[in-house]
Ligand binder design. Structure first.
Ligand code: PGA
Length: 251
């Protein structure tokens, strides 16, 4: 019922030239895989070149961040309208942005509203730290992040969001959460939190990804869990093996 979605979060990797070379290398392979939404999220400056290179393909483009105002004195920021000619998606509230750039739940909520108002699909990131996980706080913390990010949205808007559950201790560490662990948190604390506020019917429409050390070799396990609808992939999205990863997601 929910179309799976695999998004590659390139983070601060690849120059504009390298980005175009890379998407030329993977575009045909990705294009051949059906039944899954495929998205690449390059750094801002590489987005127009990647857009050109992906013309006439069904591969989506996402930004990795965005500011919530339309324009003005926000040095260094990018407005929604600057993205919409090129992007369909925007990653919001990634744990690295929350940790290094002081992003708050309130800011993520404002960005989510701005993205939706401009026709961009937000990929909202949530997830607990190792300390919170070990202290048994995961469920309360993650459901709090989900509710805060979606606060004040309509049912239709919520249904159109993508949420990425990424336990911080699993990002870039090679330590992935097991599919059973991730699926249970996604079911209880992400879909469950949405159901509490917006009802089960809305919760059933939201696509929820797992993120954290997803690779070619483990994607199938995550996809086999009924509550996991795809993945937000960091390191493994930077290499040609990303094609195989996406293929394995729907195999
Ligand atoms: P990773 O990153 O796949 O390199 O662990 C995932 C993410 O941060 O989105």
């Amino acid at each position: 019922m929910r179309t799976p979605i695999i998004a590659g979060n390139w983070k601060m990797n690849k120059t504009a030239v390298e980005a175009v070379q890379f998407v030329r290398e993977i575009r045909q392979g990705l294009q051949n895989i059906q039944g899954v939404d495929k998205v690449v999220c390059p750094p801002f400056i590489a987005i127009p070149g990647v857009y050109e290179a992906l013309q006439a393909t069904d591969i989506g483009i996402g930004a990795q961040n965005m500011w919530y105002e339309d324009k003005g004195a926000y040095t260094g920021e990018i407005a929604p309208d600057m993205l919409t000619p090129f992007c369909q998606y925007v990653i919001l509230g990634h744990s690295e942005r929350r940790a290094y750039y002081c992003e708050t739940d309130e800011g993520v909520n404002k960005k989510t509203k701005a993205a939706l108002a401009h026709g961009l699909t937000p990929i909202i990131c949530v997830g607990e730290t190792l300390e919170q996980n070990e202290a048994g706080e995961t469920q309360a913390f993650v459901s709090g992040q989900v509710k805060a990010a979606l606060d004040g949205l309509t049912d239709e808007q919520v249904a159109s969001c993508v949420i990425a559950y990424e336990p911080i201790w699993a990002i870039g560490t090679g330590k992935s959460a097991s599919a059973a662990q991730a699926g249970s948190i996604i079911g209880l604390s992400v879909r469950g939190a949405i159901a509490e506020v917006y009802g089960e019917a809305v919760a059933q429409q939201v696509r929820i990804q797992y993120g954290g050390s997803v690779k070619e070799g483990n994607i199938a396990e995550y996809m086999a869990h009924p509550d996991i609808d795809g993945a937000l992939v960091g390191g493994a999205s930077l290499k040609p093996g990303f094609v195989e990863l996406v293929r394995n997601a729907v195999a």
